[in-house]
Write a protein that binds this ligand. Structure first.
Ligand SMILES: Cc1cc2nc3c(=O)[nH]c(=O)nc-3n(C[C@H](O)[C@H](O)[C@H](O)COP(=O)(O)OP(=O)(O)OC[C@H]3O[C@@H](n4cnc5c(N)ncnc54)[C@H](O)[C@@H]3O)c2cc1C
Length: 456
């Protein structure tokens, strides 16, 4: 154990909670940062979390909560103090079908939560490419989004109640599956998206939905993003809430993924849409209706999945985009959103501005057009490693100026972490930041929770 920690902590701790700082815990997902905590702890119980926080509060030791360590903005990186990994708090506490709810501990892996809901005949709709490793607590702390936001909302919309350990060790628990509750300030929303800076989430009551029984999946090739937005408006108008996912993929992103996945491109076009409809009653002929609709409206450059295998292949092309970029080197990534009607303007103008400054820049653009959010990754040819971050400020300035011009946000679903916190004053007003600081000071007066993250 590290000598920087008071020896009292060493005697006070349950030794089964101390674990080795393995690479999967201390190296961040993008291999950009390495944590250097004094100790890594994995509490076995909520009482264990309370003990640790009480002690750290008293001795002014910093605590960085960590879930699956899949975050993309360095928010679970611990420079010192305690790296508090929640993986052992992973139990399913309750599924309540009458209330359409499920209570799980924060360390439960998202995919396990989806499977538990499915086993009970329900759907937990949050879905991300990292779902095999990310945890419910991390999803809540980042207000995760993903593929189904269009229909079900982001994590903020899926949380009915939270159990939280405050920085002083006090437990605040509101896990009742209430779909309505208007008794003063709704404190749960402070913790959703707080990136571990206000306390540790130990459990959550989540909303469940009817399980889809019919699915129709189509891939549509289009000349530009305006055409994609028109298709979105039309499909939403016709199929209403059945539209679950509406993913945008650029020609370059598809080229990379089809080569990486060894799958044929479903269409030849500059822009592509992968869309999926679902219905919770069986045999509604949804696929036939979608095919007819697309054909009748002139979307002939399209493919409909005829089997589960074909559907999986279409989704593989989408899901492999992130992995397929590795050969291009390290990228400067952006997790941005604009109003849907402004996406096309942003993409055209921002690409022109970036190319004016860096003529050879390569842009991989894809994402959740159905809710206006995009992954916008930029590569500078010839720069393969982390040296690319020397250009981060210049590139971010260009991208974010265009995002702000188009009424967008610089953090749609990954959070702020430590890579974007110096941008916060550009995107939130002074009085908003003062309010955030006041909330932080009230809940965490000694500033022990996840220092240097989120707030500048
Ligand atoms: C391939 C890939 C695809 C992705 N796709 C998406 C996507 O489509 N949509 C999306 O939203 N994100 C996506 N992500 C980002 C990431 O998976 C999410 O942000 C996820 O919600 C992080 O969960 P985690 O458990 O890994 O959290 P971590 O990375 O461990 O932590 C993230 C933040 O949450 C805090 N935290 C973690 N657990 C707790 C807790 N119990 N209490 C308090 N604070 C806590 C940490 O301190 C940190 O600030 C993707 C990541 C990868 C690698």
């Amino acid at each position: 154990m590290h000598t920087n920690l008071p020896s009292a902590l060493q005697t006070f701790l349950d030794t089964s909670e101390i674990i080795e700082p393995t690479p999967s815990l201390i190296i961040d997902q993008r291999r950009r940062f390495t944590s250097t905590p004094d100790i890594v702890l994995q509490p076995n119980s909520v009482a264990g979390v309370q003990n640790i926080l009480r002690f750290c509060h008293e001795h002014r030791i910093t605590v960085t909560p960590q879930g699956g360590n899949t975050g993309l903005c360095g928010a679970a990186v611990a420079r010192q103090g305690v790296l508090l990994n929640l993986s052992k708090l992973n139990k399913l506490r309750e599924i309540n079908l009458a209330d359409n709810s499920m209570t799980v501990e924060a360390g439960m892996i998202l995919q396990h939560a989806q499977e538990a809901a499915d086993k009970a005949g329900r759907l937990f709709p949050l879905s991300l490419a990292s779902e095999g490793s990310c945890q419910i607590g991390g999803n809540i702390a980042c207000n995760a989004g993903g593929l189904n936001v269009l229909r079900y909302g982001s994590m903020r919309d899926l949380v009915l109640g939270l159990e939280i350990v405050l920085p002083n060790g006090e437990l605040v628990s509101h896990l009742q599956p209430l779909h309505k509750n208007t008794t003063g300030y709704d404190l749960r929303h402070l913790f959703i998206g707080s990136e571990g800076t206000l306390g540790v989430i130990t459990a959550a009551t989540l909303k469940l939905f009817a399980r889809p029984q019919t699915t129709a999946t189509a891939w549509v090739g289009l000349p530009d993003i305006d055409a994609a937005v028109k298709l979105l408006t039309q499909v939403q108008g016709h199929f209403a809430e059945r539209l679950c996912s509406f993913e945008l993929i650029s020609r370059f992103a598809l080229d990379l993924s089809s080569e990486f996945s060894r799958l044929t491109k479903p269409a030849d076009a500059d822009w592509h849409i992968l869309l999926e409809l679902t219905d919770s009653v069986p045999d509604t002929g949804l696929a036939g209706q979608l095919a007819e609709y697309l054909y009748a409206h002139g979307y002939e450059n399209s493919v409909l999945a005829q089997s589960e295998q074909e559907r999986r292949e279409l989704w593989t092309l989408r899901e492999n985009i992130s992995a397929s970029q590795r050969n291009l080197g390290t990228s400067i990534k952006h997790d941005i959103a604009t109003p849907i009607s402004n996406v096309a303007g942003f993409v055209t103008e921002c690409a022109a501005a970036l190319k004016a400054r860096f003529p050879d820049i390569r842009i991989v653009c894809f994402g959740h057009l159905g809710d206006g959010s995009l992954h916008y990754n930029t590569f500078l040819p010839g720069i393969m490693g982390n040296e690319v971050y020397e250009y981060e400020d210049i590139i971010n300035t260009i991208v974010y100026e265009h995002i702000l011009k188009h009424q967008g946000t610089i953090a749609a679903e990954h959070g702020i972490g430590e890579i974007k916190n110096h941008w916060l004053p550009r995107v939130r007003t002074e009085s908003e930041i003062s309010l955030m600081r006041a909330v932080k000071a009230q809940l965490d007066p000694h500033g022990i929770m996840n220092p240097d993250k989120l707030l500048p």
